[in-house]
Design a protein around this ligand. Structure first.
Ligand code: PHE
Length: 340
């Protein structure tokens, strides 16, 4: 019996000194395992004198149950401590700053397009979006270029496999759509968008690029309105000191037609590398809407007049940022794109 009391004392003392789960399991093997001391002590009952057996057996069983309970409690406690330790070791600090997302930026063409739109919005122009896939009729014929008209050579065209359906070579066909939609109301819109030309790609020309078309139609719209609009645009976009000059030109859908130059933003007319020593930069083609085009849009040329212009956005961006290769715009090179 004293052996049993001694066994219980030893077992409890050792259990108390176990620091981790593996020590506990070793302890369990030593006392409660199949070969363990407690099991052996229980079996020992056969060697106990008969008059003491009953007391011995019940005491041995009590010790077995009590040590088992003590073991389970100790195991639960150690697991709990281990869990708490690991939680506080790799604690989630919700106040820590998150991983920074790499932020993109607008493509330079989109940004400058927004600037252009803002300037024209101030001048009272609405934005009208027109389709990029056009028919031959609207891209050419209704713009006063019948089939086989030599002026069609000004635009090398991407045709689709559907006869008469093509990628627009300029934003001018949008003039027809907006006129037919609004006739006989006066019109003051810009039509920004992508155009496509079947051309050799060089540092100066791409197969796709943005244009901003402008169209104003009313009962007394004159060439002076056209010039005033262009000057106002150039000054807001490029600086109040800008000078603008116009040269006569030819487009089938305007009459008279002009080409618009602005004094060089680098040398202000003195002559430099950007303006090729001329002092002037070409910014757009323009003119008074041709009577045939007015008629095709539903307006009577006897009552209405209008002006139109078209500028290449990338060319203008190249001027602003001194970009010397138009291919950069669609080359998808982040080293270029991240600069803006
Ligand atoms: N559509 C012409 C071009 O692509 C530009 C233009 C537009 C000229 C409107 C006059 C009037 O070159």
């Amino acid at each position: 019996m004293s052996n049993l009391a001694d066994l219980e004392q030893r077992a409890l003392a050792e259990l108390a000194s176990c620091q981790d789960e593996s020590a506990l399991r070793t302890w369990h093997g030593k006392y409660l395992g199949k070969q363990g001391e407690v099991v052996a002590a229980v079996k020992e009952v056969v060697n106990v004198p008969p008059e003491q057996r009953r007391a011995y057996g019940s005491e041995a069983n009590r010790i077995k149950v009590s040590l088992t309970e003590a073991y389970e409690a100790a195991l639960a406690k150690i697991k709990q401590l281990a869990l708490e330790a690991s939680l506080s070791a790799d604690a989630l600090d919700v106040t820590m700053p998150g991983r920074a997302m790499s932020s993109g930026n607008l493509h330079v063409a989109s940004r400058v397009m927004r600037d252009v739109r803002a300037v024209f919005a101030d001048l009272g122009f609405q934005v009208y979006r027109s389709r990029e896939v056009e028919d031959d009729l609207t891209n050419f014929e209704l713009l006063n270029m019948p089939p086989h008209h030599p002026a069609r050579d000004m635009w090398d065209t991407f045709h689709t496999t559907i006869p008469g359906v093509l990628l627009r070579t300029h934003t001018s066909p949008g003039q027809i759509h907006v006129m037919r939609e609004h006739c006989p109301a006066p019109i003051r819109v810009i039509l920004p968008g992508m155009c496509y030309r079947y051309e050799n790609i060089t540092t100066r020309s791409e197969i796709m690029f943005h244009q901003v078309e402008g169209l104003a139609i009313g009962e007394r719209v004159t060439m002076a309105d056209l010039k005033g609009t262009i000057v106002a645009f150039a000054r807001r976009m490029f600086g109040e000191e800008r000078q603008v000059r116009i040269r006569s030109s030819y487009f089938p859908f305007t009459e008279p037609s002009i080409e618009v130059d602005m004094d060089c933003i680098v040398c202000a007319g003195k002559g430099c590398g950007l303006c090729k020593r001329s002092g002037w930069l070409e910014i757009m083609g323009a003119g008074m809407v041709h009577p045939v085009v007015l008629k095709n849009g539903g307006y009577s040329p006897d009552q209405f007049t209008g002006f139109a212009f078209g500028m290449g956005l990338e060319r203008i961006i190249m001027l602003i940022y001194a970009i010397d290769d138009i291919r950069q715009f669609w080359a998808n090179d982040l080293r270029f794109l991240r600069q803006f």
